[in-house]
Design a binder for this molecule. Sequence first.
Ligand code: MN
Length: 235
Amino acid sequence: MSRSGDVRSYVFAPPPQAAVPVAGGEGLFPVRRIYCVGRNFADHAIEMGHDPAREPPFFFQKNADCLVVSGGDFRYPSASEDVHHEVELVVALKSGGTDISADDALAHVYGYGVGLDMTRRDLQGEAKKAGRPWEIGKAFDGSAPCSAIVPAENAGDLSKGRIRLTVNGETRQDGDLSQMTWKVPEIIAVLSGLFELKAGDLIFTGTPAGVGAVQRGDVLVGSIEGLGEVTTRVV
Ligand code: MN
């Protein structure tokens, strides 16, 4: 980053700004960071072998350049033979701060989307067993397909609504946003106590039950009732 008064130029072109389209317009939402919430639906916690008790939410990150804009291909990643889909509500922030109260949290939301938290489940499992970080399981290249962002004023009430994922037209995940253990305002409140949130941050808010493996050639469609859908083909 250039310091104030520093007139030097970059020694090579800086990487492009990660962004996702805004639904219904020409605009792009520039992405700064991607936060993800772990185990936020009880039925998914149970299928992963965990206690569904309402423990404090926990977080991990993907990188902004892990994004795949909806309609683009999902390239089956290296080093894994068990890559899973996780369909999730994505929250897009237009502002941020630290120690945001749950009551104030929604004032920071620009809009919402549908995302896929693609996961190398075999590598994540090894990392869990060894007490190692989750990056290689979660933050690989192309691991975050995401729909266009729908501005909050057009998105309706997302405290409930069907969230679903189909593979080649067959339903694999089918839940309701009302089942989220931690709701969007609470997630923003807790996360902002850990990191200073800023405009451009995306938060993937956790997946319902039914996660499973994908294969090359599969077409994934994740959808949230009244919001939109994310589609990608596994290549
Ligand atoms: Mn997830």
